[in-house]
Ligand binder design. Sequence first.
Ligand SMILES: NC(=O)C1=CN([C@@H]2O[C@H](COP(=O)(O)OP(=O)(O)OC[C@H]3O[C@@H](n4cnc5c(N)ncnc54)[C@H](O)[C@@H]3O)[C@@H](O)[C@H]2O)[C@@H](O)CC1
Ligand SMILES: Nc1ncnc2c1ncn2[C@@H]1O[C@H](COP(=O)(O)OP(=O)(O)O)[C@@H](O)[C@H]1O
Length: 461
Amino acid sequence: MRAVVTAAGMRAAEQRFFDANPGVDLMGRAARAVARVAAEVNTAGQVLVVAGRGNNGGDGLFAAAILAAHRRVLVWPAFGRTHDAGQAAARAAGCQFVDALGALEALPDCGLVIDAVAGLGSRPGLPQALATFAAACDSSAIDVLSVDLPSGLDADSGAGQPSFRATRTVTFAALKPCHVAQPAAGRCGRVHVVDIGVEVAATQLRQAEEADVATWWPTPTASSDKYARGVVLFDTGSARYQGAALLGISGALHAGTGMVRYAGPVHSGLILTRYPSVVMGDGRAQAAVLGSGWGEDEGASGRVSSARLHAPVAVVDADALYSLPGRIDGWLLTPHAGELARLLGCSRSHVESRPVSCAREVARVTGATVLLKGATQYVAEPGGRVTIAVPGPHWSAQAGSGDVLAGICGALLAAGLPAWQAAVAGSSVQAMAAARNPGPYPPDELARRLPEVIAGLVAAD
Ligand SMILES: NC(=O)C1=CN([C@@H]2O[C@H](COP(=O)(O)OP(=O)(O)OC[C@H]3O[C@@H](n4cnc5c(N)ncnc54)[C@H](O)[C@@H]3O)[C@@H](O)[C@H]2O)[C@@H](O)CC1
Ligand SMILES: Nc1ncnc2c1ncn2[C@@H]1O[C@H](COP(=O)(O)OP(=O)(O)O)[C@@H](O)[C@H]1O
C-alpha cells in the first residue's frame, strides 16, 4: 500500500523534518534524485531546465548544476527571477541561461526537458509562454521529466489545463493525489517516489499495489468446501438486460467463488447452458449481488428485501442503488459517477471534480463501503479512509465491465473479505487482467482471463 499525501500534508511533514533536523539540505537530496533519474532517461544529450520562482525551481537548478558536470545544460528561468542559491550553483557549474525564445529554439537539439516550474505550489494552468513551450514539448515528443509533478496541475485535485505532460515524474516522500487520479495521472508518466528522509504521517488516501491484492486473495485450503469458500446469490438481469446476469456470474466463477445461486428473472436455460454449475433459485448465501441489469424495475425494493433474507451482506450495483434499505454496514455499493451523482442529488461533473469527498459522503451516510468506478477506482469506507485500486487500461470502459466487477466483488465478499478489501481486490484484479491482455477484449473474455491473473498473484505471494 502506498501513501498518497496532500500538498498540506507534505508541507507539514517537511516542517516536522526541519524541526527535528535543522540545517539538513533537503533541496540537495531532491536535486540529486532528479539528476539521477534524468541520467537514466537520457544519458548524454543536451538538457533544458525550465525553472520557476519557488523551491521547485531550486530543485531543478541544483539538478542542472549536477548534470552540467557531464553535459551541456541550458536553463530557462521562466519568470526572470528564480531561486537565488540554485541560480548561483547553475551558473557556477557552467549552465547556459536562455530566455523563452532561446528555449523554444534550443528544443530540437535537446534530449530532455526538466520541468521545474512549480510543484506543491502549482496552480492550475500555465501562463502563455509556458503553455506554448509545453505544447512544443508535446508535439516534438521529447522526454519531459517533471520535478514533483507536471507544472500546471493542482497537486490535490489534479485540475489544470494547460499543463506539462511528463514522461517521468520524480516526487518526494510519497505520491500526491495528482499522481494517482485520472486524468491528471496520465500526464505524469512513470512516477518515481524518492525517499529524501521526510516521513509522511499515516494517510486517509492510499494507492493499493498488486502485492496487497495477492496478500488478501482468498485461496482454498485442504479443509475448504464450497460453503467455506463462499456462496454468492445473484438477483441480477431482467428481460431487457439478460446479459448482465451472465456477466456477473462469470465474474464470480472466474474469481473462484465456492458456489453461485441465481434467483433472478433470466431463464434458467440461458444461465445453465453457459454456466452449468449454477444452482437455480433462492438459498442461503454469504453475499448477494443485486441490481446489475435491472433497468428501472418497479420491484427493486422487494428484490433487495428478499435478498436480505438469504445473505447478510450484498454488492449493490446499478438500479438497486436507489432502493437502499437504510443503514447497511458491511455492504458494498458500486456506482459509477453518474449513479453516485443521482444518490447525492448533484451533477455528474460535481462528482467527477470531487470523487473522494463524494464517495466518502455516501459511505458515511449509508454505513456501506463505496466503490466509485471509472478511470480511477476509489474505495471509500464509512470511517473516511479511501483506497485507490491498482489502475488498468482504458479499454475497460465498456458496457458489461461493471457487471463482471460486481460478480468478482460478490465472490470476495462471500469468501469473507471485508467490503473495502473485496472492492479494492476485485477492481484491481479486473484492471490487471485488462493490463495483461491489452486490446479491445469484451468484458466476458476478460473475465475468462481472471484465473491466470489470480494464479500468478497467489503463486507470487
Ligand atoms: N515540501 C518538501 O518536503 C520539499 C519540497 N521541495 C520542493 O519544493 C517545492 C515546493 O516549493 P514552493 O512551496 O516554493 O512552491 P513551488 O515552487 O512548487 O511553486 C510556487 C511558485 O510557482 C509559481 N507557480 C505556481 N503555479 C504556477 C503555474 N501553474 N504556472 C507558473 N507558475 C506557477 C508560483 O507563483 C510560485 O512562484 C516542491 O514541489 C519540491 O519541488 C524539495 O526541495 C524537497 C522537499
Ligand atoms: N476510462 C476508464 N479506464 C479504465 N476503466 C474504466 C474506465 N471507465 C470505466 N472503467 C471501468 O469500466 C467499468 C464500467 O462499469 P459500468 O459503468 O458500471 O458499466 P456497466 O454497467 O455497463 O457494466 C467499471 O469497472 C469501471 O471501473
